[in-house]
Write a protein that binds this ligand. Structure first.
Ligand code: KG4
Ligand code: ZN
Length: 342
């Protein structure tokens, strides 16, 4: 069965084709980063309009790369939430229209389910059950995943997401938007021990996170440093390295605690921050010490993309969890949507 998937929840338009037997066939992506950069963040109305402009050319591209035509498509999948309402509506309406015109089912997918199943697109493929660390620009959660559709929330951020902490600190350091990847690049050049930043909730008994205080700590350290020295590249690199180390330390400690609490061995990391190389390296090393195993999607599939949405739909179809009955093709989107409730 061939599934055409659409992702449009935020600032990436993604279209992909996945076969339930053969896996990922093709995926095409457009990121709006350059368009939003001058505003310092995503402008929802501009995001929606750009999804409208990109979605048809990207669909042609994905079909062309897979050597398929629309008539080969057996089902259509789309991100129904969470995300920006207007942006979600573009993907949902296009997906429903294509499904209606082809007479095939349309499958609504939860964006975070797409992220957390995405490491199963790569080899070695993590078997169920596993713990998933979902770290994106909007979410930081630890989930117990027993099978497709069986998700239990173990802990989550009480305020900012890990990606948000990267982005806000980067903005503070003048690194532009989205700052995560830029901060990570600078951090490679700095000394993380030059600044002693807090590790919020590291020793709390829960698996929850809190990252909002980190930004304030960075402001204080920056102010103190500038009272004694001139601004310099080294100062910014060291603060970037210290920030990254603080975020990564907390993510790793809570992930290890989640494995211990659940008695599971496999940890799957997904979402944009999963592309962070320090997190990847340190997690692999740390888990080896506790007989655990870390799984990641390929870095280019860590951030938002259509492949994970088509793939999540394929996994649901394979397990009989997708509603394939021809419907009325009305649709809702859910800008706020709890994964544990699906
Ligand atoms: O999953 P994603 O593409 O979008 C959301 O659903 O939010 O994640 C985007 C987030 C941004 O906060 C971005 O700065 C962060 O992932 N990010 C990174 C890296 N690449 C992307 N953070 C740290 N290091 C990276 N290499
Ligand atoms: Zn995402």
């Amino acid at each position: 069965m061939i599934i055409l998937g659409f992702e449009s929840s935020c600032d990436e338009t993604g279209v992909a084709l996945v076969c339930t037997e053969r896996g990922l066939l093709s995926h095409a992506l457009h990121t709006q980063v350059a368009m939003h950069a001058s505003y310092g963040g995503v402008v929802p109305e501009l995001a929606s309009r750009d999804h409208v402009r990109r979605v048809v050319p990207l669909t042609r591209k994905a079909l062309g790369q897979a050597g398929l035509s629309l008539s080969d498509v057996d089902a259509v999948a789309y991100t129904a939430g969470p995300g920006l309402a207007g942006a979600l509506l573009v993907g949902a309406s296009v997906a429903q229209s294509v499904a209606w015109s082809l007479g095939v089912p349309a499958i609504a997918i939860h964006h975070l389910e797409g992220h957390l199943l995405s490491p199963r697109m790569a080899e070695p493929r993590p078997e169920f059950p596993f713990v998933a660390l979902l770290v994106s620009g909007g979410h930081t959660q630890l989930m117990r995943v027993d099978d497709v559709g069986q998700y239990t929330l173990l802990g989550e951020t009480l305020d900012d997401a890990a990606g948000e902490a990267f982005d806000k600190t980067a903005k503070l350091l003048g690194l532009g938007y989205p700052g995560g990847p830029a901060l990570a690049r600078l951090a490679e050049l700095g000394d993380s021990r030059a600044f002693d930043l807090p590790r919020p909730m590291l020793h709390s008994q829960t698996l929850d996170f809190s990252f909002s205080g980190l930004k304030t700590a960075v402001i204080t350290r920056l102010r103190d440093a500038l009272a004694h020295a001139r601004p310099s590249a080294t100062l910014v690199q060291d603060l970037a390295a210290a920030t990254q180390a603080a975020i990564v330390d907390v993510l790793i400690a809570k992930s290890v605690a989640a494995l211990k609490q659940t008695g599971l061995r496999r940890l799957v990391v997904a979402g944009g921050v999963g592309a962070n190389s320090r997190l990847r390296e340190q997690l692999v090393t740390r888990l080896r010490k506790v007989q655990g195993e870390a799984y990641f999607p390929p870095p280019e599939l860590c951030t938002d993309n259509g492949a994970m949405i088509a793939f999540a739909a394929a996994q649901r179809v394979s397990r009989g969890l997708a509603n394939l009955a021809p419907g009325t093709h009305g649709f809702n989107v859910y800008p706020r949507w709890d994964l544990a409730q699906i």
